[in-house]
Design a protein around this ligand. Structure first.
Ligand code: F6R
Length: 616
């Protein structure tokens, strides 16, 4: 969590920093701040007004006019140590205001470091762990002006996953950074230098992008990039290509990013499938990266799928395809639990880690655990060259483009698609399914974007259906088989956006307890498309109706028999049963979107959340 930006030699630095912070708001928004070097010292402004912090910060841009301002750092905060307040907002300074630091992540040993610094007479003005870094840099710098060397010395004292950008007043064009697990990139454009948490922050400004490896100190001074390991051996900065364009990261006339990203779902699916299905039956499906011998994958006899939140639901939805086509046991785990239950892993185990950002710390930690046990790993990530993508033996990228809204929509659909492509790849590799079975799924994948488009084009109509339950305050989502992860995802979207109590259950489980909660003031959303267990869902629906709950259905187009059973229904086109979670989830995204807006909430920036969760 937290968004970081640093600029060196950039004209109008305050504007550029504020614009970057706007684009990084998805990483945290309870406070925001920037420090700009002007006339020999740092001028700092900070705001801590929740979701409006960056908006208010932008009003300070005019305070910087009149003097040259070409270098500075900015930060969006998602509070960990210390409540959201101006004092705790970044940048944090040392005692004299010579050093400015912005930081993402947690310094796990900050308490002991702080005690030591206090005993040396350092004065602290915040409750943050970040301020410790500023004071340590003050000590390490001494009389020199090399903030990068000082950062290398300080970093080896810090425990935990984090990303840091620091600068100091005697050489203000030199910005230094370092990371452990948390994301950070460096970029240049002629004489301009940038450091940011994520690509969209500097898209359109920067031309050359460089990856920063863990525990490598990198610096940018105007357009010059330098990198070295903690033992001071120089390393060559690794350039990578960015294909995202600015329009895909901007709101483009939509009211918010969420509706834009829901509408982009057909394209996200097309781009994720592009070039991968044409030759699936002859040369097969190509993974983006394959760093182990194919024979090793062939020997795999068990799969674990891990992820967090929505990405976990994508695992759950795709598990049916992998089990059905690859005839192999598949276990599912929430990433934050996986490594603490001592899973039985060996060289014949494949661990599939799914993550939009590729930077979620819980998933990274689980993946690292799996790799150290010798398991083969596959990562599904939306961010090219993300930390997870670099750790894994093999990678499939979802080409959904940048997702800015905190709640995942298009990347979720793209994840299911990528995982089902993997199911075809792996079934072919192991020879576990007939060509006819694989062809049936491959053809359905080819038609999927078109069907998703039919649904997104009916956005307004679905808002109309959602409006029928506008005044209800408790929601239960039920589904069976592939409908179960849809129910969980529908409930997650609703609670994170509208803050309404919402739970998802397997429909057959309702009678074992949750049914006690049903009455006329509750809504049950049932995934009742014509899947394998449709009849059983319908039977469960009768139990619901008998308790007087309002019933909202997701039903197959033209299925009047089912539609008649509900108070209102979202209708979706039919598809291959293994792909129905892709279509059935879309109305539930729109339901959550509408109820949040109806209740007056910011759909892009739900309270207490951040897009990329880089703390455990
Ligand atoms: C919910 C949501 C989160 C993320 C989760 C994992 O809408 O977006 O639940 O899915 O934090 O993030 P990634 O996929 O980046 O690992």
């Amino acid at each position: 969590m937290c968004g970081i930006i640093g600029v060196s030699g950039v004209r109008d630095a305050p504007e550029v920093i504020v614009e970057a912070l706007r684009r990084l708001e998805y990483r945290g928004y309870d406070s925001a701040g920037m420090a700009i070097y002007q006339d020999g010292s740092f001028k700092r402004v900070r705001e801590a007004t929740g979701t409006h912090s960056v908006e208010l910060l932008a009003k300070h841009v005019k305070d910087f006019q009149g003097s040259e301002s070409v270098s500075g750092v900015g930060h969006n905060r998602w509070a960990t140590h210390g409540k959201p307040s101006q004092e705790n907002a970044h940048p944090q300074f040392d005692c004299s205001g010579r050093v400015a630091v912005v930081h993402n992540g947690i310094v796990e040993n900050f308490a002991e470091l702080k005690d030591e610094l206090l005993s040396q007479g350092h004065l602290f003005t915040s409750d943050t762990d970040t301020e410790v870094i500023a004071h340590l840099l003050e000590v390490a710098l001494g009389g020199t002006d090399r903030i990068d060397d000082a950062l290398a010395e300080v970093f080896s004292k810090l425990r935990g996953a984090m990303a840091i950008v620091a600068m100091e007043t005697s050489r203000p064009t030199l910005l230094a950074c370092v990371r452990r697990t948390s994301p950070l990139i460096i970029a240049t454009n002629g004489d301009e230098g940038f450091i940011a948490s994520d690509i969209p922050a500097i898209l359109g400004r920067a031309k050359h992008y460089y990856q920063i490896d863990d525990a490598v100190v990198a610096s940018v001074e105007l357009g010059e990039v330098r990198a070295f390991k903690l033992d001071h051996t120089e390393v060559e900065p690794r350039e990578f290509v960015v294909t995202w364009d600015l329009t895909r990261a901007a709101r483009d006339g939509y009211d918010d990013f969420m509706s834009k990203e829901i509408m982009e779902q057909p394209q996200a699916i097309r781009d994720t499938l592009a070039g991968r299905l044409q030759h699936w039956d002859t040369s097969g499906i190509q993974l983006d990266e394959l760093r182990v011998e194919v024979e090793k994958l062939q020997r795999v006899n068990k799969i674990f799928m891990i992820g967090c939140g929505t990405s976990y639901h994508a695992c759950m939805a795709a598990r049916y395809a992998i089990e059905s086509l690859c005839k192999i046991p598949v276990e599912l785990d929430v990433a934050s639990e996986f490594r603490y239950r001592e899973p039985r892993l060996d060289e014949q185990t494949l661990v599939i880690a799914v993550s939009q950002s590729g930077e979620t710390l819980d998933t990274i930690a689980a993946l690292a655990e799996a790799s150290s046990s010798g398991a083969v790993s596959l990562v599904v990530s939306n961010v090219v060259d993300s930390s997870m993508a670099r750790m894994a033996d093999s990678v499939i990228y979802t080409h959904a483009g940048p997702e800015v809204c905190v709640a995942s929509t298009k990347t979720y659909l793209a994840q299911i698609v990528a995982l089902e492509l993997f199911a075809i790849y792996f079934a072919k590799l192991k020879g576990t399914s007939t060509t006819a079975e694989l062809r049936s799924l491959a053809s359905a994948l080819e038609e999927l974007a078109e069907k998703v488009g039919q649904l997104t084009n009916r956005f307004a109509e679905m808002v109309g259906v959602a409006s029928k339950v506008e005044n209800f305050e408790r929601f239960y989502f039920i589904g069976r088989n592939v409908g179960f992860p849809v129910a969980l995802e529908g409930a997650l979207k609703l609670k994170e956006l509208s803050y309404l109590p919402a739970e998802g259950f397997p429909a057959g489980e309702l009678k074992h307890g949750p049914i006690a909660m049903l009455d006329a003031s509750s809504v049950v959303v049932a995934i009742a498309t014509r899947g394998r267990l449709w009849e059983k869902v319908m039977a469960n629906l009768q139990e619901v109706k008998a308790r007087g709950a309002k019933v909202l259905l997701v039903a197959s187009e033209g299925d009047n028999e089912t539609i008649a059973e509900g108070d209102a229904a979202f209708v979706v086109p039919e598809t291959h049963p293994l792909l129905s979670p892709v279509l059935d989830t879309i109305p539930l995204q729109i339901l959550a979107y509408h109820l949040a807006r109806y209740r007056g909430f910011d759909v892009d920036r739900p309270r207490n959340l951040a897009k990329t969760v880089t703390v455990e």
